[in-house]
Design a protein around this ligand. Structure first.
Ligand code: FES
Length: 154
């Protein structure tokens, strides 16, 4: 009889310890996840002023932002060129070539964006003029805020 009581007490103690440990882990998880960033409304990053777009050449700039990727926060940097459309509105092109992602560079001598990897070329509006890129340069969503040009973080 004493042995049975001892075993029962041991099983109850072990079960209590396991339940307590799980409770502590659950509490720690809830506390940790309460600080995780939450996806929120669209954010905008200022990338240049309207005064930066005076010349004919595309204006090269970059911006960085923090993005929730799965369970961790990463810092993303995007390189872009800002030009103006026919009505003078800013247009923001990604510098990533649409072939395999190499950066494109504006050359004033040719008036084209050149990709050094496989010879892709794009005109000032980002349209493909030569090489393997399947489409023009990606255009990022942008807006004018006061004297600043802002781009949507994405
Ligand atoms: S990555 Fe630009 S042409 Fe291939």
């Amino acid at each position: 009889m004493l042995r049975r009581q001892l075993l029962t007490a041991a099983v109850a103690a072990i079960g209590g310890a396991i339940a307590g440990g799980l409770g502590l882990l659950g509490g720690a998880f809830v506390k940790a996840t309460a600080r995780w960033p939450v996806r929120s409304a669209k954010k905008w990053a200022a990338i240049c002023t309207l005064a930066d777009l005076k010349g004919d050449a595309p204006f090269a700039t970059s911006f960085s932002f923090r993005r929730l990727e799965g369970w961790y926060v990463e810092t993303v940097t995007r390189q872009v060129y800002v030009t103006r459309d026919g009505d003078g509105r800013p247009v923001v092109h990604s510098r990533r070539c649409t072939h395999l992602g190499c950066p494109v560079t504006w050359r004033a001598t040719t008036g084209l964006f050149h990709c050094a990897c496989h010879g892709g070329m794009f005109d000032a509006q980002g349209r493909v003029t030569e090489g393997p890129p399947p489409r023009g340069l990606d255009v990022l969503e942008s807006r004018i805020a006061g004297e600043m040009v802002e781009v949507a973080e994405a």
